[in-house]
Design a protein around this ligand. Structure first.
Ligand code: NAD
Length: 259
């Protein structure tokens, strides 16, 4: 039997067919979950999200516009979910943002305050903000994941302020897990290896990172969004009932290497 059968949740981050969230949505669908989606406000964004979802079999997806920079829009989304569905079982946070002018090798020390705070706000704080709205809807317990990257732990040239934001995201994962555990809500993160997406292309030297992983990772290849999707579906499912507060690497093993 499909291991997400009968479970419903909110998936944030499907921008186009290359988005990691699209890979996650495909795995969740295959495993029987019901997904509710958000997209950045605007007709063009909605159209792109619909197209990506259609390609993986969501012909009439539930969609809500949501800019995660706005508390009012996060409130409105979860209020709509509450009124139309009552409860949910899972949340997928698959969004990040940093000004790409500051995602270049040798451009960290000069990061302006506003670039730093926006990166941490959109890429880390929003996990806390969404978790806080999703938790009351998880009346039978639940599970959440967010997407991180190795640049949270190690200095990766060009990843810069996004690495700082991912460190905050991973730490938030642990604090959320500690607090929500008594409500039977599990909170984890998936640290994905590099995948060619719109956001990733903003990181200076991204192609070199892909090549380096192929050379150095134990599996000698890059990972796919499908692989991230499968691990994410597992973490959100009852199969992972004993796992919370963790960062699970889906990176061809690159993170274990000492070079
Ligand atoms: P993507 O560009 O497809 O997705 C980024 C998403 O963030 C988009 O859906 C975009 O609409 C959303 N977003 C940005 N600002 C937002 C806001 N204010 N409100 C709501 N949504 C907003 O790129 P992706 O690579 O699929 O990124 C998804 C997640 O995966 C991010 O957290 C990213 O850091 C993480 N990640 C990516 C890689 C990679 O190599 N691609 C590796 C590890 C982790």
């Amino acid at each position: 039997m499909a291991f997400m059968q009968g479970l419903r949740g909110v998936v944030v981050g499907v921008a186009n067919e290359h988005s990691i969230a699209t890979g996650i949505a495909a795995s969740l669908k295959r495993e029987g979950a019901e997904c509710l989606f958000t997209h950045l406000p605007g007709e063009k964004n909605e159209r792109r999200t619909r197209k990506a979802l259609e390609a993986i079999g969501y012909t009439t997806p539930w969609l809500a516009p949501m800019d995660a920079a706005s508390d009012e829009q996060i409130d409105a989304t979860f209020a709509r979910v509450a009124s139309e569905f009552g409860t949910i079982d899972f949340l997928v946070h698959c969004i990040a943002f940093a000004d790409k002018d500051w995602l270049k090798p040798d451009r960290f020390a000069g990061t302006p305050r506003s670039v730093f705070t926006t990166a941490c706000d959109i890429s880390a704080y929003t996990y806390v903000a969404m978790a806080n709205r999703a938790a009351p809807l998880m009346t039978n317990g639940g599970a959440m994941i967010a997407l991180s990257y190795y640049g949270s732990e190690k200095a990766v040239p060009g990843y810069n302020v996004m690495g700082v934001a991912k460190a905050a995201l991973e730490s938030s994962t642990r604090y959320l897990a500690m607090e929500l555990g008594s409500r039977k809500i599990r909170v984890n993160a998936v640290s994905a290896g590099p995948v060619r997406t719109l956001s990733a292309m903003a990181v200076g030297g991204f192609s070199e990172i892909l090549e380096w992983v192929e050379k150095k990772a134990p599996l000698h290849r890059n990972i796919t969004s499908e692989e991230v999707g499968n691990a994410s579906a597992f973490l959100l499912s009852p199969l992972a009932s004993g796992i919370t507060g963790q960062v699970l690497f889906v990176d061809s093993g690159y993170g274990i290497m000492g070079l």
